[in-house]
Ligand binder design. Structure first.
Ligand code: DX5
Ligand code: ZN
Length: 220
């Protein structure tokens, strides 16, 4: 089943609960929450407080994407705030095997993300320990950027790696996913689709989510 995970980064934060309900009505499967510290990426968003608030407004799984330095310092607080998936960046976690095991010890699903120019080969020793690998298809930090098409080759390499390892992690793609890029991503082998501006930036959030979800359902 292809999973639609709208990102609240592009939502109207003065009305966050209602915006999430609209996405849910349109068929969203997860809610993607982009945490940024202004250090690892050139933007600052929100912390565990907002995760706690989002948890109160939906029963959907929370897919928390940490674009922060020193993620080990914050694992517990994001899991206690309600993260169901917690994804750290390989580029920000020097002790990645310990970080991933810690997330799982605390009862949360563990994800690892790599930026567009980080090769899939860097994941060889960690992928099988994860529940999800997140491939960035934009340079992290902002919504509304253009899709980087070379990432589709990385998806195909990751599918091969998963088969070689006989592993079962989800493959998630994040950045520039809309009606023109979602099907090429699905056909390359993506399981989870993060959609920020194409859903929460749309005039009609419910219809935008439903259109993307229907495209996934009728092609998978
Ligand atoms: C970017 C974030 C993405 C972003 C996606 O750093 O990780 O999740 O919100 O936004 P769109 O879908 O608008 O590219
Ligand atoms: Zn993200």
């Amino acid at each position: 089943m292809a999973i639609l995970a709208p990102s609240i980064l592009s939502a109207d934060f003065s009305n966050l609960g209602q915006q999430i309900r609209l996405a849910e009505l349109g068929g969203a499967d997860w809610i993607h929450c982009d945490v940024m510290d202004g250090q690892f990426v050139p933007n600052i968003t929100f912390g565990p407080l907002i995760i706690k608030a989002v948890k109160k407004s939906t029963h959907l799984p929370l897919d928390v994407h940490l674009m922060i330095k020193n993620p080990d310092n914050y694992i517990e607080s994001f899991i206690n705030a309600g993260a169901d998936y917690l994804t750290v960046h390989l580029e920000a976690a020097p002790h990645l095997n310990r970080t991933v095991n810690r997330i799982k010890e605390l009862g949360c699903k563990a994800g690892v993300s790599i930026n567009p120019s980080t090769p899939v080969s860097t994941l060889t020793e960690i992928a099988e320990y994860t529940d999800m690998i997140l491939l960035m298809s934009v340079n992290p930090g902002f919504g509304g950027q253009s899709f980087i098409p070379t990432v589709l080759k990385k998806v195909e390499k990751l599918v091969e790696l998963r088969e070689k390892l006989n592993a079962r992690f989800f493959i998630e793609i994040d950045g520039g996913i809309d009606t023109s890029t979602i099907l090429p991503s699905l056909h390359a082998g993506v399981d989870v689709f993060v959609t920020g501006s194409s859903v929460f930036g749309a005039d009609n959030i419910t219809a935008a989510a439903a259109k993307l979800k229907n495209m996934l359902n009728s092609n998978s």
